[in-house]
Design a protein around this ligand. Structure first.
Ligand SMILES: [Zn+2]
Length: 442
């Protein structure tokens, strides 16, 4: 007898949707059928519900020993699980993840405390650590974060050299692209203002466009697979699209906060919406939705990067003193279902592609993750598209106790999350102990 059978759900498969059943054995999907699968030890009735692959969030800041108050593996991965995310790729925050002991420390902490499966990005890379790429790769890491701007700026030449090393191991260079020269001009002009909008205005569309274009030229020259983090502008989308037309191995992401908020929201939420890159205009937001729909933007990830209320509050009097970043991993799927699928901006298949399948493909986790097919890990997120919720930080698992989406009504919620065939969250409650998550070497 198989371990588990999930029946009567509408299942999103690579070839389209079916109403059917999934049997699971030893944590993997054993069979998928319209009907007739033999009884399992455990049965789940998903009648009236939709089953998608567990969400893969490739840009999550969960842990830094410097920021114990912001998030840790247990809290951040609980938030992920409750929100239907079954795999995260953990991004370094400030403490570099570029050497053996540091990598082993993070893997060890994750294995002891994570609810969901996790992989790691190395970074933040610097001119000095470029040559360590092969050594880092030995620890099961294949993606490398680089910045074109402060506070971890690498020169464009150094990034191109990094790409050569990353190309040699078949990895991905993951770039935060805002041009420091353009940013410096903007910051200099606005530094005397201290209000929250000053920070947003200091980071222009031009800064993003300039950096993306330069980075994509290096990507074309080195033929290194390159991923542009958190695109925020119309110009950024166009630059990525052009590079793709020319055949570059480039991919790009945007984040839910750029799909929901614009600068106008900073009036209300001030430093809580201080993010890098900054929020842009309604026209940019519309361009991001369009790019996501037509594939110029490949994936959505959260750039989950909470800071405490105390840290954020400072920004009302001096925005330059507040840290950047918003929590987002637990509201990720509800926001995208509600703003994307329910509002008709994305089909359910497009959502699954941009939040499950494509992220797994781009970062070397496919077909183990990101797809419902026989042999893949039984990572399933069960949705109720009719269920509604008013988002409230009280019901979320973040350590920091706030969300920029407070009070927002969403329709379409994850109601159950399975990781490797085990229910890890149900109705927003975590049902396994910390440490259920495994490290995914790539
Ligand atoms: Zn980030």
């Amino acid at each position: 007898m198989v371990d588990l059978v999930v029946r009567n759900g509408r299942i999103v498969l690579p070839e389209g949707m079916i109403t059917g059943e999934i049997s699971i054995e030893d944590g993997r999907i054993c069979r998928i059928a319209v009907s007739g699968l033999p009884k399992g030890d455990q049965e789940i009735d998903a009648k009236g519900r939709i089953i998608i692959p567990g969400v893969v969030d490739v840009h999550v800041h969960l842990y830094d020993r410097k920021f114990p108050n912001r998030e840790d593996f247990a809290s951040g991965s609980s938030a992920a699980a409750a929100g239907g995310v079954t795999t995260v790729i953990v991004m370094p925050w400030d403490t570099p993840i570029v050497s053996g002991p540091c990598i082993e420390e993070v893997i060890d902490l994750g294995c002891k405390n994570s609810i969901v499966d996790f992989a790691l990005h190395a970074g933040n890379m610097s001119a000095e650590t470029i040559k360590k790429v092969p050594e880092i790769n030995c620890f099961g890491i294949k993606s490398f974060k680089a910045f074109t701007c402060d506070p971890y700026q690498m020169s464009y030449d150094a990034i191109e050299e990094l790409m050569c090393y990353v190309k040699a191991i078949g990895g991905v260079t993951f770039v935060h692209a805002e041009d420091q020269k353009v940013l410096s001009k903007g910051i200099k002009a606005l530094k005397r203002r201290k209000d929250p909008m000053a920070h947003a205005e200091s980071r222009s569309n031009e800064a993003e466009e300039e950096a993306i274009k330069k980075v994509l030229k290096s990507a074309a020259r080195t033929e290194c697979r390159t991923h542009i983090a958190h695109v925020t502008t119309r110009q950024g989308c166009e630059a990525v699209e052009k590079a793709k037309e020319k055949g570059s191995h480039v991919s790009a992401e945007t984040c839910p906060h750029f799909l929901v908020f614009t600068r106008e929201d900073i009036e209300r939420l001030g430093p809580y919406l201080k993010v890098n890159p900054s929020l842009k205009s309604p026209s940019d937001r519309a361009a991001l939705w369009e790019a996501l729909k037509n594939g110029a933007i490949d994936i959505v990830s959260t750039d989950h990067a909470p800071a405490t209320k105390e840290e954020k509050e400072i920004g009302w009097t001096d925005i330059w003193q507040a840290p950047s970043g918003v929590p987002g991993v637990e509201t990720f799927l509800p926001i995208m279902l509600s703003e994307g699928v329910v509002k008709g901006r994305l089909s359910l298949e497009q959502l699954v592609n941009s939040m499950c399948t494509k992220p797994a493909v781009l970062f070397g986790l496919y077909p183990r993750k990101g797809v419902i097919q026989e042999g893949s890990d039984a990572d399933l997120t069960i949705l109720d598209l009719n269920e509604e919720m008013k988002i409230s930080a009280d019901r979320l698992h973040y350590k920091v106790g706030w969300t920029p989406y407070e009070g927002m009504r969403v329709r379409g919620l994850p109601v159950m999350t399975l990781l490797r065939g085990k229910v890890i969250a149900e109705g927003g409650k975590i049902t396994v102990a910390p440490g259920f998550g495994q490290f995914l070497p790539r």
